[in-house]
Write a protein that binds this ligand. Structure first.
Ligand SMILES: [Zn+2]
Ligand SMILES: [Zn+2]
Ligand SMILES: [Zn+2]
Length: 215
């Protein structure tokens, strides 16, 4: 049965007719005006429960900036609720992961080369996801770290091979979200001075883009 909107729903209060027809309307006692506004902007209302769950920290910025999916939530219920640090929004398909060769290659790569590999992909991803402005401070930190590592390390001997040794890695990286890319980069450069700063910046980027949820 369709939920009739507009002139057919005179018996409903004006507040309830404005919710999307995919679930029960917001209960005025349960939802603050702020939450209703937030929901309208990202068109996320699948019913009050889903809406509130969607606002847990781990879901902020889904799907580009959220954290990995919460196992508990997707199996039924997550006791952490809104304080849960993992994503409660639907994630279809398995996340892009590097194969063993890719992981080993990346692990052995000096930080400067890793940054060189990740940066163009991160810029492209930010551009595609309309995050250039919000992600600018984080990208600047990484660009600076790359510039510094170039200044201090010996220049790598340029091999005039036409085979790109990172072709497969790049292919996988291009399937990753901005958040996944930054996470993977930081894990592979865990001894580097830029990592704590960048990790913190990723968290504030997530907070700033909390309501930019797309489903
Ligand atoms: Zn809602
Ligand atoms: Zn997500
Ligand atoms: Zn959870």
């Amino acid at each position: 049965m369709f939920l009739q909107l507009g002139s057919m729903s005179e018996s409903r209060s004006p507040e309830t007719t404005s919710s999307l027809p995919m679930g029960p309307p917001h209960g005025p006692m349960k939802t603050s005006q702020d939450n209703v506004e937030l929901c309208r902007r990202h068109q996320l209302c699948l019913g009050e429960q889903t809406h509130l769950e969607a606002l847990n920290k781990g879901s902020f910025g889904h799907p580009e900036l959220c954290r990995k999916p919460c196992q508990f939530f997707h199996l039924g219920t997550c006791a952490m609720g809104r304080s849960c640090g993992y994503c409660h929004m639907p994630h279809t398909g398995s996340p892009a992961t590097l194969d063993r060769v890719g992981r080993v290659t990346l692990r052995k790569l000096p930080a400067g080369r890793t940054l060189e590999l990740f940066l163009p992909i991160l810029y492209a991803r930010a551009e595609e996801s309309d995050l250039m402005m919000e992600a600018a401070p984080l990208l600047a930190m990484l660009a600076q770290a790359e510039a510094q590592s170039e200044a201090t390390s010996h220049p790598a001997a340029k091999k005039s091979s036409d085979r790109d040794p990172f072709k497969e890695i790049r292919k996988t990286l291009r399937k990753m979200t901005f958040s996944e890319l930054v996470g993977l980069l930081c894990r592979n450069c865990d001894k580097e001075a830029f990592v704590p700063q960048v990790t913190e910046e990723l968290m504030s980027l997530r907070e700033n883009c909390a309501d930019r949820v797309l489903i």
